[in-house]
Write a protein that binds this ligand. Structure first.
Ligand code: AKG
Ligand code: FE2
Length: 577
């Protein structure tokens, strides 16, 4: 059965859970529908519940508290339902977290064998209300017919409930509306509303609307199963770089089969004159940001550096591009309808290198861009035991929503791909309603320039939204990637993140291993010369003492282990994949 089929099976069994949540649990269960069903059943098996949603509920505006509740449940659905936890996860403005100033950590180290204690899985029961409130109109179409009636009783096979000795926290959801809120909460994001001259943004939008036929769905693999992305993409590339090798991640996929629909075909376009103009403005903005920081200087580095150690200017990170950032490539995403979405991911580093900058410009309808830390820094225990499957990684970090409006530039700065994952969720009716209400409340207020979901900012586009993601091929990685010492195939670049002891080490793994095949070819990444473009030394090594590591300044769990010895990949592949 393909993944879509598996999702449909799960959806018919658990019609109250949304597609993102089901997909995530399917991934956790390695594509095993039976296991996913068992896990979900364990949580809701003892329950017999009544769904109360009626057709009227979908279109009629709700009272504030109701909308708030549904909105936050809806936003939190992914995490909540995947981890099967029961908190409502509502968190409203103002944002309360203030990030630490960022600093640099660059560590080359030798250490003793790493040991990891798997922890026990602690599950909490689902609350019926959560299930009911997490329902949304989009899921309705995927639900079994019995759920579409006004009042339906769903009876699960009776199973003895498992004792729940401890409640594991769930993800909260917070929506960030203003530049100040966004940038002070997520230090790796910079936003610039109304970025392009208005005529240019409208002209490019027109141009893209006339090119929609060149956008295609991406194909990718989950647990060995071929899937098709819900949204579509196309590629604009600088003529100068059209022959560069780049891997399939630019198509939203890691898998080589996508090459056939991608490189060298009608999906690869040259920048048009207007896009070139936008590109240059984006480059100028990124370089302005880079120029406002000091270049990385290891001599200034202390055990734990902080921005203040260098005066007022923050220092760039060690392996990031230090200057002259170029938007050589633009992967354009196209969301035609509100239900088209992009699942949780971090953009792959293979060609763009460690600590990359990705600048994304939204044109057309406003959609929510969602971010969440890649690991859970508030809970030391990031693994849970899944029966018969060993320890699994879990993450209850806050989910942040950023509504991206027409002509808004969002720059993912160095560290964003390493520390956060992101997605564009389906725009449900409830999510839309909630944002409309907030927009009305804040008209002429501090959020007036931001946060209006839907087509209002660019009526011509209707629900259509384009997102241009500008990227730079890393000069050291664009032409020459390491090949697998075992099978000779290409390798992909990743960073360890699941375990605080090893978090931050970059490594190369055989791309076939990533797709569940046998090859476990592995190198550490060696980036000490990555910004010396004349240097010809390799960017990989077998010697763990030369391995390159970057740890975020607020990652105290990992910083604690900074000086520990660690000498080997050990079970890295098993742990990290
Ligand atoms: O559409 C967006 O805002 C995000 C696009 C994205 O994450 C990607 O292209 O990798
Ligand atoms: Fe992305």
């Amino acid at each position: 059965m393909d993944t879509i089929g598996k999702l449909q099976t799960l959806s018919s069994r658990f019609p109250t859970l949304d597609q993102d949540a089901l997909l995530e649990i399917l991934i956790v269960c390695d594509g095993d529908v039976k296991l996913a069903t068992e896990m979900l059943s364990e949580q809701i098996a003892p329950l017999s519940f009544t769904t109360v949603e009626s057709e009227n509920n979908i279109s009629e505006p709700k009272k504030d508290e109701e909308a708030e509740e549904e909105y936050s449940s809806c936003l939190g659905t992914t995490k909540k339902s995947v981890d099967i936890h029961n908190e409502t996860g509502t968190q409203s403005l103002p944002v309360e977290t203030k990030p630490e100033p960022r600093t640099v950590q660059h560590k080359v180290q030798l250490s003793s064998k790493q040991t990891q204690q798997p922890s026990l899985r602690i599950a909490s029961p689902i609350k019926i209300n959560d299930i009911i409130h997490s329902r949304n109109p989009t899921k309705r179409q995927l639900s079994s017919p019995s759920t579409t009636s006004d009042e339906t009783k769903l009876q699960r096979p009776m199973k003895k409930p498992k004792p729940t000795p401890n409640l594991t926290p769930t993800s909260k959801t917070t929506t960030l509306y203003t530049k100040q809120e966004i940038e002070s909460t997520i230090p790796y994001i910079k936003v610039f509303p109304n970025f392009l001259p208005p005529e240019l943004s409208d002209t490019i939008l027109d141009e893209l609307l006339s090119k929609t036929a060149t956008f295609k769905h991406n194909e990718f693999y989950i647990a060995g199963t071929k899937c098709k992305s819900s949204h579509k993409t196309t590629i604009f590339i600088d003529e100068l770089y059209k022959d560069k090798t780049y891997d399939d991640e630019f198509y939203g996929s890691d898998y080589s089969s996508v090459k056939e629909v991608g490189r060298g075909t009608d999906r690869q376009k040259h920048y048009t004159a207007n896009l070139k103009m936008a590109r240059f403005l984006v480059e100028d903005k990124v370089n302005e940001l880079l120029d406002s920081m000091d270049n990385y200087d290891p001599t200034k580095l202390k055990t734990k550096a902080s921005m203040d150690d260098y005066g007022n200017k923050p220092m760039k990170y060690p392996f990031q591009i230090q200057k002259n950032w170029k938007a050589m490539l633009c992967v354009a995403n196209y969301f035609e309808t509100n239900s088209q979405h992009l699942d949780w991911h971090s953009d792959k580093l293979t060609n763009i290198g460690p600590l990359p900058i990705i600048a994304s410009l939204t044109l057309g309808a406003t959609r929510v861009f969602r971010l969440k830390k890649t690991y859970d820094n508030n809970h030391a225990d990031t693994t849970t035991e899944i029966e018969g499957k060993g320890p699994k990684f879990s993450n209850h970090s806050t989910i942040y929503n950023i509504p991206l409006a027409h002509n808004m530039l969002a720059i993912m700065m160095p560290g964003c791909q390493e520390e956060y994952k992101h997605c564009v969720p389906t725009l449900t009716d409830s999510l839309y309603r909630e944002h409309k209400q907030r927009q009305l409340k804040s008209e002429n207020g501090p959020c007036s320039g931001l946060g209006s979901l839907g087509p209002e900012r660019a009526p011509i586009a209707g629900t259509k939204r384009f997102n241009l993601t500008f990227r730079m091929f890393h000069p050291k990685l664009a032409n020459k990637l390491p090949t697998c010492p075992k099978c000779g195939k290409n390798m992909i670049l990743r960073r360890m993140f699941k375990n605080a002891k090893t978090r931050g080490y970059y490594f190369w793994m055989c791309q076939t291993g990533y797709f569940g095949m046998n090859c476990d070819g592995f190198y550490y990444a060696k980036f000490d010369k990555i910004n010396d473009f004349d240097d010809k030394s390799e960017v990989f090594t077998k010697d763990s003492r030369l391995a390159s590591r970057w740890i975020a300044d607020d990652d105290f769990a990992a910083l604690k282990y900074l000086d520990d010895d660690w000498n080997g990949s050990g079970d890295v592949l098993k742990d990290e994949i």
